[in-house]
Design a protein around this ligand. Structure first.
Ligand code: ADP
Length: 305
């Protein structure tokens, strides 16, 4: 009996909300009290001058989530907003490369009490764990370290005043994603990125469920890398099928934000370190990014110029 009781206590609640996987499902009246740690209050304070905080999610890696984050940031910036990107992927941070700040380190601020986000040449602020270590260096984050690493990174980063902070989450609905969503309590919404294939629709559906459970409003789904326009004949080729984004939206009842075509120049721009939307403003993907950024901004209540 004692053993069973013990097991029930362990499976029930160990009063460690920070590490609890059932955090969003928990209805315990003491949850907030237990969770109100000084570390989280510090994060809240650091982010207080940011008007809108939006997470960008994808069910799996390689669907273009970071590319979409970089280009939405570019589109918002181009329309006059003050924008920052938080690269919360501790295992495979790619934002410094995509934003052209690879090798630029986050400086310790004058008071010695924080790290300053680096600024791209277009004026977008970027914070990534990759900007705190040597270019060829890496850190292997183990278990608890990952959560505390993220919490202290969020608690130490200085952004100043921003209109938008786009948070590039790691792929999937794992612990890292949950940690960010727990740490940033007042998220204004989540944007999902998917490729059109059936497989991607299933996994992005899980991200939608996670947002709904966490009380984060789903701003919509973006379908990336569907159609490729043949460079020779101009005919459209549906490389990874098409329409998957709309399908998942109609089955889950969330807004569909638009389709970004597959375009080799999008990839080139990422490798060259500038959002495509800034280097090729007149192209089809750029017009789509501008349109989607406008929808997102309007939805959260910000009027772009
Ligand atoms: P994720 O963040 O989902 O892992 P990335 O944004 O890193 O994916 O994109 C994976 C690869 O696909 C990158 O090389 C990127 O440049 C490329 N890519 C993303 N979107 C497009 C697109 N619309 N057209 C062409 N290449 C793209």
């Amino acid at each position: 009996m004692a053993k069973i009781l013990n097991l029930q206590v362990t499976l029930g609640c160990d009063k460690n909300c920070d590490a609890c996987i059932k955090f969003f499902e928990c209805t315990s009246p003491i949850k907030r009290e237990l969770y109100d740690s000084p570390g989280l209050k510090k994060i809240e304070k650091r982010l207080k001058d940011i008007k809108y905080k939006i997470v960008v999610l994808s069910g799996k890696g390689g669907v273009g989530k970071s590319t979409v984050t970089a280009n939405l940031a570019g589109a918002l910036k181009k329309s006059g907003a003050r924008v920052g990107i938080l690269d919360s992927d501790f295992y495979g941070p790619s934002m410094p490369t995509m934003m052209g700040v690879l090798g630029k380190k986050m400086a310790v601020d004058k008071s010695g009490r924080g790290l300053v986000a680096v600024e791209t040449k277009s004026g977008i602020k970027v914070a990534s764990v990759a900007s705190t270590i040597e270019q060829q260096g890496y850190v292997t984050w183990m278990g608890e370290e990952l959560r505390w690493g993220l919490f202290s990174f969020l608690g130490e980063t200085q952004w100043g005043e921003l209109d938008f902070l786009l948070i590039d989450l790691p792929p999937g609905t794992g612990e890292e994603t949950l940690n960010v969503m727990k740490a940033v309590r007042d998220l204004d919404g989540g944007v999902m990125v998917t490729m059109p294939s059936d497989l991607c629709q299933v996994v992005v559906g899980r991200c939608i469920s996670l947002c709904q459970k966490a009380g984060t409003r789903v701003l919509g789904v973006i379908e990336n890398m569907g159609t490729l326009e043949c460079l020779k004949c101009g005919k459209n080729i549906d490389v990874f099928l098409t329409g998957g984004g709309e399908k998942v939206c109609s089955s889950t009842n969330v807004p569909f934000l638009g389709k970004i075509p597959l375009d080799p120049k999008v990839c080139d721009a990422s490798d060259a370190g500038e959002p495509f939307v800034l280097s090729y403003p007149d192209s089809k993907p750029s017009k789509m990014f501008m349109e989607i950024a406008k929808k997102i901004a309007e939805d959260v209540g910000y009027k772009l110029t």
